[in-house]
Design a protein around this ligand. Structure first.
Ligand SMILES: Cc1cc2nc3c(=O)[nH]c(=O)nc-3n(C[C@H](O)[C@H](O)[C@H](O)COP(=O)(O)OP(=O)(O)OC[C@H]3O[C@@H](n4cnc5c(N)ncnc54)[C@H](O)[C@@H]3O)c2cc1C
Length: 489
């Protein structure tokens, strides 16, 4: 069997890690593809500033579902990187832990081939009148550089960053915040800097830029001006009501779908079991970043319970999300997605304390109501809905608005996906990313139907895997896929 893994970040490494566990592995030839910089590390865990932290305690995130502490144990027994406060480790350390697996496997197994090149085409060949398909992976435009595989995993990570004000290519506009230590390469000490976006990527940029550009205050602007929540004391929780059994019953009574309101009722019942003051927490924000962060820091217990419930919901979102009708999925995105987003992926408490400190000392200011950003040939002009006729001007804009989710928004930065769409290997999911079978991650081609042995994992599947892109959720998918591939029922 010939296997290709396209993209060697968390998903790619996890798949490889699962493959080597099986006896059948000795009969498999595996080619793994990525560029030399990201091979084994991926994008979020690439080499970058040590101020960019993993968003949960290091002892709770690993590539081994049976040992949550595996990454932390790896950190403790190596000597290259040491930090005085290792509870929340820098993200790039996790990248080195992943890369260690790839390097080790590459040394031990002759049947793993590390190809340090990006893939430019993935296509399907099938003879006229036949339903058998062949999968090809190419590293250039020449057909001679295309290889035939029995199994292909598409694990290319996040799509490129949004460009909400069409500024890409304008001098002084930094289209992507990573690696953050390159964001100030072309910046003068006297330049005024603005960051657009107030999510997790923005926190990364704030941490780096405030340390390395201390001369002038940094403005951070977005439409709502809301920062992510602060991590509370997150206990282990379980669902008694929000379960597959209750969902199956509801489905049998509702034309094969679970009504969103019924699912929310089950979730609220589970929250009640843990005495979570749901309404107070949902409406706690007063749009004052210092007060909002302080509230979170002062309520770690109830907030932590709520975050644990949301995290558990996200872990199970595969069957939850895909039980809803399309109308209810849209309603969820409109009415509830923001609550989920703002309260999950919380920032470490020490990041919150740093942001409060920066706000109090005038090192950063957070602006809401951002309506438009344009360049007047000299500077970037920021217009706010809550400040009529008032335009703020900046020399440098760092874009931290997050990555694209819809295929229709892609440009040449995501050429491989565009090519796959053009060659009818993949098709857009109406709610984002590409169509896959939720239970198996098999890609659904518009031309060939369900592709038995071509799989996608990661943010490319965001329409199906709504909000399920954390390390643990990706590892779980990798375990299931390889089990289904090598242990078919
Ligand atoms: C900034 C940021 C911080 C995050 N922090 C956390 C965290 O602390 N904890 C957590 O649980 N989750 C975190 N996440 C979620 C994160 O997305 C996942 O945990 C995980 O890293 C995603 O894995 P992936 O394999 O899908 O993508 P990646 O790890 O990015 O891997 C994709 C790989 O594909 C490669 N690739 C792309 N195109 C091609 C091509 N054409 N040919 C070959 N290779 C290609 C890329 O170079 C990359 O190496 C974070 C996400 C981001 C964006």
């Amino acid at each position: 069997m010939r296997v290709a893994i396209i993209g060697m970040g968390t998903a790619g490494v996890s798949l490889l890690k699962e493959l080597v566990k099986y006896d059948e592995f000795s009969n498999i030839q595996v080619d793994v593809y990525d560029n030399p910089k990201n091979m084994g590390q991926g994008v979020p865990f690439q080499n970058d500033s040590d101020q960019l932290l993993i968003n949960l305690p290091a002892a709770q995130m690993s590539l081994n579902l049976d040992n949550k502490r595996e990454f932390y144990e790896w950190y403790e027994q190596q000597s290259e990187f040491k930090f005085s406060n290792p509870e929340y480790l820098p993200r790039f350390i996790f990248g080195h832990y992943m890369k260690d697996y790839v390097e080790k496997y590459n040394q031990v197994y002759d049947n793993i081939h590390v190809i340090k090149k990006e893939v430019s085409e993935i296509f399907i060949e099938s003879d006229i009148g036949q339903t058998d398909v062949n999968y090809y992976v190419c590293t250039s435009k020449a057909m001679a550089d295309c290889n035939l595989y029995d199994v292909v995993f598409v694990t290319i990570g996040t799509l490129s960053y949004h460009d909400p004000y069409q500024l890409k290519g304008t001098e002084g506009y930094i289209p992507t915040p990573y690696p953050t230590y390159n964001t100030l390469d072309e910046v003068e000490d006297t330049d005024r800097i603005a960051i657009i976006g107030t999510g997790l990527a923005s926190l990364d940029v704030i941490r780096y830029v405030t340390t390395h550009h201390p001369q002038l205050p940094i403005t951070v602007a977005s439409r709502k001006g809301n920062l992510p929540s602060v991590r509370g004391e997150m206990p282990d929780v379980e669902f008694k009501y929000l379960t597959p059994e209750h969902f199956n019953k509801l489905k049998s009574e509702n034309f094969g779908n679970v009504p969103l309101d019924a699912a929310l009722d089950l979730f609220l019942k589970d929250c009640k079991r843990y005495d979570i003051p749901i309404r107070a927490l949902i409406h706690r924000k007063v749009n004052d970043p210092i007060k909002d962060l302080t509230y979170d820091l002062e309520h770690p217990e109830e907030l932590g319970k709520f975050q644990s419930m949301l995290e558990l919901a996200k872990e199970n979102l595969n069957w939850i999300w895909n039980s809803f009708s399309r109308e209810d999925q849209k309603r969820f995105l409109k009415d509830y997605q923001a609550i989920l987003k703002e309260n999950s992926n919380p920032m470490p408490p020490r990041t919150a304390k740093l942001i409060i400190d920066h706000l109090q000392n005038g090192i950063i200011e957070i602006q809401s109501g951002l309506e438009d950003v344009y360049h007047d040939e000299k500077q970037f002009c920021f217009k706010y809905s809550n400040r009529a006729d008032d335009v703020e001007k900046f020399d440098i804009v760092i874009n931290a608005t997050g990555s694209k989710t819809q295929l229709s928004d892609l440009d040449s930065d995501d050429q491989l996906v565009l090519n796959m769409e053009n060659r009818q290997v993949v098709q857009a999911h109406p709610l984002g990313g590409i169509q896959i079978v939720p239970e198996t991650n098999q890609i659904i081609s518009p031309r060939y139907g369900t592709l038995k042995h071509m799989y996608a994992l990661g943010q490319l599947t965001n329409g199906i895997n709504q909000s399920r892109n954390g390390v643990t959720m990706i590892v779980k998918q990798a375990v299931t896929i390889i089990n289904q591939l090598l242990n078919p029922k």
